[in-house]
Design a protein around this ligand. Structure first.
Ligand code: INI
Length: 165
């Protein structure tokens, strides 16, 4: 039996981060947490590109564009949608989630959903470095785990092809 698992060892390749400006106080903190986590796992800033978009609704298009360049091991998406502030919360949050998923499936690259969806500003701040950790940092960890997992699956598939010959 083969068990595939990704770990948090320094991953290969470049990383892209797509960040929404909407609720910038929160998303800037998510970005800081994300970059800090990447650095702590061996990915310095020279291997990271950051793209700013107006709001979370715009994240999927840019995530897909970046993922399909083939330049990135993973694309990390950061945003913050707060229900209390918008009647179209469900549309923005739902479309951002669906679009991020599609971007990854289309490009076959891990595209990570680090978009906070909260009821209040307080909940958002608590998840961006206050009481409940930093979801930007967690998104970076998910990206690293997925890059390492995919690397193992691809390496194993390569060695199986060799055996079959
Ligand atoms: N975008 C967000 O990222 N978070 C929000 O809470 C939000 N609210 O409240 O509306 C939001 N709206 C903007 C949206 O993402 C688009 O930028 C806009 O609709 C233009 O397409």
């Amino acid at each position: 039996m083969t068990i595939f698992e990704g770990d948090f060892s320094p991953p290969p390749g470049r990383f892209a981060v797509v960040v929404a400006r909407f609720n910038a106080m929160v998303t800037e903190a998510l970005l800081a947490g994300c970059l800090d986590s990447l650095r702590r796992h061996g990915v310095d800033d020279s291997r990271v590109d950051v793209a700013w978009v107006p709001g979370s609704f715009e994240i999927p298009l840019i995530a897909r564009e970046l993922a399909e360049t083939g330049r990135y091991a993973s694309v990390i998406c950061l945003g913050c949608v707060i229900r209390g502030e918008t009647g179209h919360y469900d549309h923005v949050a739902g479309q951002a989630a669906g679009g991020v998923l599609q971007a990854g499936l289309n490009a076959k690259v891990p595209v990570i959903f680090g978009v906070l969806t909260t009821e209040s500003v307080e909940q958002a701040l608590n998840r961006a470095g206050l009481k409940l950790g930093n979801k930007g940092g967690e998104a970076a960890l998910a990206a690293i785990e997925m890059v390492n997992l995919l690397g193992r699956i691809k390496a194993d598939a390569g060695s199986i092809e060799k055996l079959a010959r």
